[in-house]
Design a protein around this ligand. Structure first.
Ligand SMILES: Cc1cc2nc3c(=O)[nH]c(=O)nc-3n(C[C@H](O)[C@H](O)[C@H](O)COP(=O)(O)OP(=O)(O)OC[C@H]3O[C@@H](n4cnc5c(N)ncnc54)[C@H](O)[C@@H]3O)c2cc1C
Length: 410
């Protein structure tokens, strides 16, 4: 992108959604400017799955959508249908991040390193010529006469389209502090209140201290609003210093937040324990410790087929800045990637663009391999030559040659 040129697309936030969007926009040949408030891209991605990065769950589209629940799945149905778990896995494989599946269907990079995922994106951005500005917090977004103005702490830029991918509000040290929701409110959008999703339950009891650091697989968590049962989760329950964690508990707190439960109660059935654990007047750990934010830009004001704002055309959304969230198991990254791609696809279609045909990655790999082979065979023959020319003769060999020369001389 030329320094003085206005980009086709400005993307605000280089997290999971912003990075995927920028790479995909590069494939269409759109000129893109990606702005990130932190000193590096993908800070939260690096923390995902304890640094292993649970990319997705290996599920068919309908099964995947069912996991998001009735509130979220209709909104993300087009995005997930366009970029399913299978597509996601193929995309990473094609981009040199082989993946592996665990027995319970979770998908991770085969290296089990989240940094490989971030590097895959940043390498791709570099080869697509996408401009990434780090340490550049966006302060305001304005819409004037068909152009969107993005104002950062250092400069301002006009663009035809702006994609907001600033994330939720949990783990604020990673850069997601709710800026996108603030811009959206200023632009006239409604924002659903923030609640913690996928967070632990704060609890104290003798049983907990007796079982400190124990892990109970195959537990069942029954979820109630007062006396009425509203859901159930199964899986791991972990005993922590501050209360209860583990997949089954995290998924239960997400359901409580999503359904705005007024009198949250859980009943936990631990295998081998005689009586279930009942926690009335339940308190969760704080929002900043949640893995996902429930709440954000309301789904009703964004077109689910394009991710474009209905309130301010020209502005698009993807990822956790929206009021979308899923359970543990790679669902939140899947949603961030899929919504990002749907937004870019719509932006490119609006500009009449199709993906620019590139050399297939397998062709690229074959060429690189051939070059490497050639280089190493050149290197080998050079080494042999040098070695031969410098070869020091052993003492006996030297003697033998000396005597044979003398014999010939005679
Ligand atoms: C500890 C932890 C572990 C997790 N593990 C998993 C997992 O294994 N699998 C899974 O599916 N999900 C996981 N999640 C959830 C997942 O990380 C998020 O849902 C996902 O990262 C959301 O992507 P996003 O792009 O919408 O937001 P983010 O990844 O949060 O990215 C938002 C980006 O926008 C930038 N930004 C914010 N404001 C501005 C501004 N004003 N100007 C410029 N830039 C700005 C931020 O700095 C940030 O880089 C985990 C979350 C946490 C906290």
């Amino acid at each position: 992108m030329n320094k003085n040129e206005n980009p086709d697309l400005v993307i605000v936030g280089a997290g999971a959604a912003g990075l995927m969007a920028a790479c995909y926009a590069g494939e269409f040949g759109l000129s893109v400017l990606l702005l990130e408030r932190k000193h590096r891209a993908g800070s939260k991605l690096l923390m995902c799955g304890n640094g292993r990065c649970n990319l997705t769950s290996d599920l068919a589209v309908d099964d995947m959508l069912a996991q998001f629940g009735d509130e979220v799945s209709p909104f993300i149905s087009s995005a997930i249908s366009e970029f399913s778990s299978a597509d996601l896995q193929k995309w990473f494989k094609d981009n040199r991040v082989p993946v592996m599946r665990t027995n319970d269907g979770k998908v991770f990079p085969a290296s089990e390193r989240a940094s490989d995922v971030v590097h895959c994106f940043t390498d791709k951005l570099r080869s697509a010529g996408v401009s990434l500005c780090l340490n550049t917090p966006v302060e305001r977004i304005e819409k004037l006469d068909g152009v969107v103005k993005v104002i950062t702490t250092n400069f301002s830029v006009n663009a035809r389209k702006v994609l907001i991918t600033t994330g939720g509000v949990s783990y604020p040290k990673t850069g997601s502090v709710g800026d996108g929701q603030r811009f959206s409110k200023e632009l006239g959008h409604k924002v659903a209140p923030f609640r913690p999703g996928l967070v632990g339950i704060a609890w104290e009891s003798k049983w907990l201290s007796d079982n400190f650091s124990a892990r109970f697989e195959k537990s069942v968590v029954n979820i109630f609003d007062g006396e009425k049962k509203i859901g159930e989760t199964c899986g791991l329950v972990e005993c922590e210093r501050w209360g209860l964690g583990g997949g089954a508990v995290l998924n239960a707190t997400r359901i409580l937040s999503r359904k705005n439960v007024r009198q949250p109660v859980v009943e936990i059935i631990i295998k081998g324990e005689r009586t279930p654990i009942r926690i009335d007047n339940l308190r969760t750990r704080p929002l900043k410790e949640a893995m996902v934010t429930v709440g954000g830009v309301v789904m009703d004001e964004v077109n689910p087929e394009t991710m474009e704002s209905i309130v301010v055309p020209g502005i698009y959304y993807a990822g956790e800045v929206l009021d979308i969230d899923g359970p543990t198991g790679g669902f939140n990254l899947t949603a961030a990637f899929a919504t990002a791609r749907l937004a870019v696809k719509a932006i490119a279609a609006d500009a009449g663009l199709k993906p620019v045909k590139k050399i297939s990655s397998s062709q690229e790999k074959r060429d690189k391999w051939k070059k490497r082979q050639q280089k190493s065979s050149d290197h080998r023959s050079l080494r042999t030559k040098t070695k031969n020319s410098r070869k020091k003769l052993s003492y006996t060999e030297e003697k033998r040659q000396h005597w044979s020369k003398r014999k010939n001389y005679k």
